[in-house]
Ligand binder design. Sequence first.
Ligand code: 5CA
Ligand code: ZN
Length: 465
Amino acid sequence: MEDFSQWFHNILEEAEIIDSRYPIKGMSVWLPKGFKIRKYVLRELERLMDEDHDEVLFPLLIPEAELAKEGIHVKGFEEEVYWVTHGGMKELNEKLAIRPTSETAIYPMFALWIRSHIDLPIKIYQTVNTMRYETKHTRPLIRVREITTFTESHTIHERYDEAKGQVNEGIAIYKQLFDSLAIPYLIHDRPSWDKFPGADYTFAFDTLMKDCKTLQVATVHNLGDTFAKTFDIKYETADGDHKYPYQTCYGLSDRVIASLIAIHGDEKGLVLPPLVAPTQITIIPIIFKDKGDEVLTKANEIKNSLEEAGLRVNIDDRNIRPGKKYYDWELNGIPLRIDLGPRDLENNRMIITRRDTLTKEECSLNEDLVSTLNSYLSKINDDLKEKAWNFMNEHILEINDLDKIKDTVSSGNIGLIKWCGDDDCGKEIEEKTNLDILGVQSQTNGTCINCGKETKYIVSIAKTY
Ligand code: 5CA
Ligand code: ZN
């Protein structure tokens, strides 16, 4: 794609996803069409989360004293926190932080709730807006200062191995979500300097945008017992001992919506995975003077039977040129279009066009339309997924020569390199190449690309958002 940034900006505007003209940097308005996509993404995420978590809602503001308790955590966020300092004209006795994330809002309450091992585990999540005063270049949905769709999970367990297991569960949930949105991902164990502030370790999901920069679309953190110690969360074991529990947290944001738009969209507009398309099928009646009623009756009949089966269908009977209707259908990324005219009725057929491939097929009206269209929709999802995974995989290259990293990766690839795992050496690689080490991908025997020491780690390196 020539200029991805420009294309992304245009599509958000033309497809009426968000309006980024709001007069505060890094904050935008969700428009009705964008909001519907967001709603269906959240619906799927909530379905997955609700299987094993309880949804809650914590306050937006955090007392300064709580935010400041966990040293590493507060250091990690100090440059990004927005503060409320006044109530009306009166200066507050204690500054209040607008949550950049909710550890320090939630964990003091865990300390009140948890007494005994029977209170554990707790697994909760909330979808809220958070604020981060980002200093890097802001971009709608990708790097915002008000994250409007922050779904954060927080869990707490008796034993460390349970927390480790929970990290895997978080990863499994996000895999399912990204698979259903046909978003490809690489999962990386982040290097120590890129962990979540206060975490033992961080796994991140990275996807590849069309400009071949990676985007971190979700993270899963094992917090160990660091926060439990800081917030004095203790539980009584069955034997009457008092112990600190272990915690995890994981979350994702508006970036999920950014990536599904960016990865599947094309020059004509959105291409939406069926699961989150506000309209999955549009029927375009082709009406000639005397045959209008018959066509519209049939169109309504089809619409009703599809809707009864749970599909989201509309009839585009606006009194405008068909060309304009096709243009809107393409721009809005509706997965399937049905054209139906008098001649089709005579032949007992309809014409189905796929948005992703723009291919047309004839389909008999005698068929079981629900199952026919459902199989089209699932084929679209499979094909979108395959195409997106192929695109990402084609841009992953092994590199064995430090001098080649910069050119190979900068020209649009994720590099796989051998790295010894030493922090100083890793940071040196990042400095020399002006790229980011995403983390361990796999293991093998070899020598570090920078220092030559023996290593078993293969790590990804890329240009990142
Ligand atoms: N409390 C933990 C788990 S929820 C947490 O805050 N982790 S985080 O800092 O890694 O954020 C979770 C995810 O939010 C990130 O992986 C990233 O995908 C997304 N995110 C972070 N900052 C922004 C931002 N400024 N704009 C959009 N998305 C963001
Ligand atoms: Zn090294």
